[in-house]
Ligand binder design. Structure first.
Ligand code: GLY
Length: 337
């Protein structure tokens, strides 16, 4: 190639190179619609959300549908099939947030199948953000939800009976991902170890609007009345329609202490890509107490306005699920320790 040709080519390709350089992670254009969910059980959750997103539906409707899918799953670790607290009672936490920063949540609600839909009703029908316990249940019943049975699922009952042998309060790393009885089965631990499970999902619709939802039965065998990060806006979920959205899974107390998902979104506002933003939030937890961090798991998952996504966890084992019109798969999260 002579010098003249090289210069000609250079002048032609320079703007292309510049364009590429301005796009983080090799994305040339905004990927939308898109839904990302915590854990491998997020694949089915994403499918439910995709039915709405693929028809140009609203992200808010999509994340509610996704959360309802896993709340419906018998014997899953989320919803009424989830593990009970130490008194043998299943209590559920959930929240939802839309593109206008409207949000609603319920915490410690009992015997209601779809806490995410009650959370949405709190958001849309009341001037409040969070309802808890008996008040949340009363509100649900007043608004057409029905009272479900108190009977534990078979797996939850077995796990609870196992836990009662020692009744030790001992969080376990990556409990959501220990597939001992099939992909969506709850985790039965003969040693009675304490665990928790969370489904968090965030989506962007074809109008570029973001929403998110979280649903969980919380840490298994928790003290009755314990509330984790999942229903707390800024901890288990945060959405800022200008910037992006984030959700979390893992030991909720650690996420609450750093306002985890709000922090992730603020890091994205500073220009960090989603994975780096999640990593910096994880660093905040680890730095606070490095020894304690070795014994616990927290994972963050984030999506920005370009449809770029990323996750980061304290420990190995956190995975997340992604659905767009180009991909439908599970990714392992990077991790710190
Ligand atoms: N991340 C769920 C919980 O701690 O309850």
């Amino acid at each position: 190639m002579n010098r003249r040709k090289f210069l000609q080519l250079g002048s032609l390709s320079a703007p292309l190179l510049l364009t590429k350089k301005t796009m983080a992670n090799g994305f040339d254009e905004t990927i939308k619609p898109i839904v990302v969910s915590t854990w491998d059980s997020g694949m089915a959750v994403n499918e439910a959300a995709w039915k709405i997103l693929s028809l140009n539906g609203r992200a808010l409707d999509a994340v509610e549908a996704g959360a309802r899918q896993i709340e419906d799953t018998i014997n899953c670790c989320v919803g009424l099939g989830g593990y009970p607290d130490r008194d043998g009672i299943v209590t559920l936490d959930s929240c939802i947030m839309d593109e206008q920063s409207n949000c609603g949540a319920v915490a410690g609600i009992e015997r209601i199948k779809h806490p995410v839909s009650v959370a949405r009703m709190v958001m849309e029908k009341t001037p409040h953000v969070i309802l808890v316990g008996a008040g949340a249940q009363q509100f649900a019943l007043e608004n057409g939800f029905t009272l479900e049975s108190t009977t534990l699922s078979d797996d939850a009952r077995k796990a609870y009976e196992g836990w009662l042998k020692k009744s030790e309060y001992k969080p376990v790393i990556n409990i959501e991902n220990k597939k001992q009885n099939g992909p969506f089965a709850p985790n039965f631990f003969d040693d009675g170890s304490v665990n928790h499970d969370t489904m968090g999902l965030v989506a962007m619709d074809s109008s570029s609007n973001l929403s998110g939802a979280v649903t969980t039965s919380g840490m298994a065998f928790k003290v009755h009345g314990r509330v984790g990060d999942s229903p707390i806006i800024g901890a288990g979920l945060f959405v800022d329609n200008e910037i992006g959205a984030a959700t979390s899974s893992g030991l909720g107390e650690e996420v609450i202490r750093i306002c985890g998902t709000h922090l992730v979104v603020e890091f994205m506002r500073q220009g960090y890509d989603p994975e780096t933003a999640c990593k910096k939030a994880v660093e905040r937890i680890v730095k606070r107490n490095p020894e304690k961090a070795k014994t616990l798991q927290v994972g963050f998952l984030a999506l920005n306005k370009k449809g770029q996504y990323g996750a980061y966890a304290i420990q190995k084992g956190f995975v997340f699920s992604v659905k767009t019109d180009k991909e439908n798969r599970i990714y392992p999260s990077k991790y710190m320790l």
